[in-house]
Ligand binder design. Structure first.
Ligand SMILES: *Cc1c(COP(=O)(O)O)cnc(C)c1O
Length: 397
């Protein structure tokens, strides 16, 4: 094997041949194992971000690796023109663990939301999609149109018509939803905007408004689902049952997959030819997802996520530079004190130093918060180690 490329060599090639779309950290990763990432220059980084909530079982989880290897040697792809056991079993498990209806596979979170938007429009024969301020649903045009954030939308206008954004209050939702509403699309905890929990009363108001007007309530579980909050699906904590959910990120622990999951009353809305995707539901990604579900649905697993989340929360709350901690389970944000933000120039710069100098990876979704999406399998000792490394970074200047 040739020597791996160094960070400097990677940066040089990228400067000439990779579009500037991503601002990368000065870190080059060679491999990963469990909660650790191994850099090309031999450092071990504690990964408390999981590739943005994706590798929730940690890196190179043996059950997932084995499922992928086994399936890779058998069949990678056929298209959706034939029956396949793995994707069918996965659809059954996703549906029976949530809303009990049907599944349409996609390849990403944004695509799962595109499918949900098409389902809602087909169901109502048109109609408006209502989303919440600070919501995030993806970067493709439909999903972006439901993502009311100026910096993300403005450079790419004109967007898709028929979308409306409202503040996350019962009154605003009541006022916006009517006979012309196809769906309300929302997250239970707004991850990309800084782990902002939506109050349960807002979810209840959205449910009531949708019921009153025949609109669909669609919960985007792309980041909050798959056990991240300590429930398999985050909507469960609110007692509100949506008409459909969208799932992606952690579903296959790193392979690209997305899914729209509906209640039984929506099984017949989409008809052959309405929507499609060449790769969606391919047997390789579905084999990985089945292995992930086996782990997450094992007895005691989700209780442990809640326990680990409580320990991490307490550890962060005890840090003098942390004003408060929000979120649920292992989907958390630590809001820093204004003095701490000031001392570190920017919270993004702090997050940068945490990975480059203290070997712990978190990110800064807002100018004053650190977000943590650690592996759901993280141990108590690793949680304490993570808090200690963050503490060292915070007191480091
Ligand atoms: C990440 C995310 C998406 C977009 O998923 P992609 O796979 O990046 O397209 C959509 N909704 C939520 C809530 C997300 O966190």
């Amino acid at each position: 094997m040739p020597d791996p490329l160094t960070l400097a060599e990677l940066e040089d090639i990228e400067s000439r041949h990779v579009l500037r779309n991503y601002a990368r950290l000065p870190v080059a990763v060679a491999s990963g194992a469990d909660v650790w990432l191994h850099t090309v220059d031999g450092r071990r980084v504690l990964d408390l971000l999981c590739g943005l909530g994706v590798t929730s079982l940690g890196h190179a989880h043996p059950a997932v690796t084995m499922a992928i290897q086994e399936q890779a040697g058998r069949l990678l792809h056929t298209s959706n023109l034939v029956h396949l056991e793995g994707p069918t079993r996965l659809a059954e498990r996703l549906a029976t663990s949530s809303l009990g209806g049907g599944v349409l596979f996609q390849n990403s979170g944004a695509e799962a939301n595109e499918a949900a938007i098409k389902l809602a429009r087909r169901h109502r024969r048109g109609g408006e999609i209502v989303s919440l301020h600070k919501g995030f649903h993806g970067r493709t045009y439909g999903a972006l149109s439901a993502t009311p954030q100026e910096a993300k939308q403005e450079p790419f206008a004109p967007l898709v018509g028929g979308f409306r954004a409202v503040p996350p209050t019962p009154e605003a939702i009541d006022a916006a939803v009517g006979a012309g509403t196809a769906a309300v699309l929302l997250e239970t905890i707004q991850g990309e905007s800084g782990v902002l929990p939506i109050p349960h009363e807002v979810l209840r108001a959205a449910r009531a408004a949708c019921d009153a007007h025949g609109a669909l309530l669609i919960v985007d579980e792309v980041q909050s689902g798959m056990g991240r909050t300590g429930d398999l699906w985050s909507y469960a904590a609110s007692g509100v049952v949506p008409d459909a959910i969208t799932v992606a990120k952690a579903l296959a622990n790193g392979l690209p997959i997305g899914a729209l999951v509906t209640g039984p009353h929506l099984l017949d809305v989409l008809q052959p030819g309405d929507h499609g995707s060449t790769f969606a539901g391919n047997p390789l990604v579905c084999a990985a997802a089945l292995a992930v579900l086996d782990v997450i649905e094992a007895p005691g697993f989700l209780e442990r996520v809640s326990e680990a989340g409580a320990r991490l929360r307490e550890g962060l709350e005890a840090l003098p530079d942390v004003a408060s901690v929000r979120g649920r389970g292992l989907m958390l944000a630590a809001e820093l004190t204004p003095e701490a933000v000031e001392r570190h120039d920017t919270t993004a710069a702090l997050a940068g130093r945490l990975i480059t100098e203290h070997d712990v990876w978190v990110n800064a979704p807002t100018p004053s918060a650190l977000r943590l999406l650690p592996p759901l399998t993280i141990g108590d000792g690793q949680i304490d180690e993570g808090v200690a490394r963050i503490a060292a970074g915070l007191t480091g200047r």
